[in-house]
Design a binder for this molecule. Structure first.
Ligand SMILES: Cc1ncc(C[n+]2csc(CCOP(=O)(O)OP(=O)(O)O)c2C)c(N)n1
Ligand SMILES: [Mg+2]
Length: 336
């Protein structure tokens, strides 16, 4: 590894080891995602919703935050974010296969990540409900004079929900320490972005009295810079920031979607070339942080981790039918 010349990550205060760690989490997210897709295709799991093409933003955002103290309200594609915060591939696999040892007893929809210990707050199936929850957590931080922020992610389609506008308004009025991160992947299922939003998502921030920044979501370091700045504003009492990270949903909406009904192969191929994960890999190669050899070793070790997690989760027992009541009435509220 060479640190002889000053690279962009050095200017942002990130060491070679830290950016390599960011790459490792992007790789973990991608490998988990590819395996989950295969498991669905082979009939072992019912459903998978992919985050491929969005990992650069997700990992960079988590890296810019304080994992010990901040609160994370992810949405269903955020494998990169929650792995960086501390969930493991094995935990994701147990959830995907609905096994009893899953944090939520195998009874939560995969993608509704929740982990009390890690401050990951579980989402719900109606899109964007988590945005209001994040504002509530930020309000608690302000009232108790606690030094943490809440980050919440959502898609650009979901940014049209009333919840998001109520959340923006309340957070703006009370200057709450919350970061709104819109992962604009240019589709809401089959609806392209120009049929969802007439203006720009980012410009809505101005209407609610706080700053908005649009960033290239395929540029992990740009996302890191923007989220870090937003966190600093939040903890200093200046209130929320909206970040709109531009990216592209490379896979179909979910394993239940045929995207060739509404977009072309050529369009998808073009965007694959812009993929933030591959771009970060090239950047690390050019900066001499990553070599082909190290990359091969990382790929091997993550493949092994995914294989072991898959085997472990496959062998693990399903919850007993009667457990359903135990989880509904769990006194400690379970791990969600
Ligand atoms: C309130 C509500 N309306 C509709 C749906 C169905 N639905 C699930 S995901 C989705 C698309 C959301 O698009 P976007 O917010 O851009 O996120 P993306 O899936 O593109 O990451 C829709 C319409 C839902 N879950 N909740
Ligand atoms: Mg979208």
């Amino acid at each position: 590894m060479s640190s002889q010349h000053v690279n962009k990550h050095h200017q942002l205060g990130l060491t070679d080891e830290q950016v390599l760690m960011m790459y490792t989490f992007m790789l973990k997210a991608r490998k988990y995602d590819e395996r989950a897709t295969q498991l669905q295709r082979s009939g072992k799991i019912a459903f998978h919703i992919s985050g491929i093409g969005q990992e650069a933003t997700q990992v960079a955002a988590a890296f810019a935050l304080d994992k010990q103290h901040d609160y994370f309200l992810p949405y269903y594609r955020d494998y990169g974010l929650i792995l960086t915060v501390g969930m493991t591939i094995q935990e994701l696999m147990l959830a995907a296969l609905s096994k009893a040892e899953d944090l939520n007893g195998g009874r939560q929809m995969p993608g509704h990540f929740g982990y009390k210990k890690l401050h990951i707050v579980s989402g719900s199936s109606p899109v964007a409900t988590q945005v209001l929850h994040a504002v509530g957590i930020a309000l608690k931080a302000t009232m108790r004079k606690e030094d943490h922020v809440a980050i919440v992610t959502f898609g650009e389609g979901s940014s049209n929900q009333g919840d998001v506008h109520e959340a923006f308004n309340f957070a703006g009025v009370f200057k709450l320490p919350v970061i709104f991160l819109c992962e604009n992947n240019q589709y809401a299922i089959s609806i392209p972005v120009h049929r969802q939003v007439a203006g720009r998502v980012v410009d809505r921030a101005a209407g609610y009295g706080f700053p908005g920044q649009r960033v290239d979501g395929n540029d992990a370091l740009e996302v890191y810079r923007a989220v870090k700045e937003a966190r600093e504003r939040a903890v200093r009492g200046y209130g929320p920031t909206l970040i709109e990270a531009m990216m592209y949903r490379i896979p179909p909406h979910s394993t239940a979607d045929d995207d060739m009904l509404y977009r072309t192969k050529e369009e998808v191929e073009y965007h694959k070339e812009q993929d933030g994960f591959q771009r970060f890999r090239r950047y690390l190669m050019e900066s001499d942080v990553l070599s082909e050899e190290l990359d091969r070793a990382l790929n091997e070790s993550i493949k092994k981790e995914v294989n072991e997690a898959t085997k472990y989760a496959e062998k693990s027992p399903y919850p007993a039918p009667e457990d359903v009541l135990r989880h509904v009435y769990a006194e400690d509220g379970g791990d969600t």
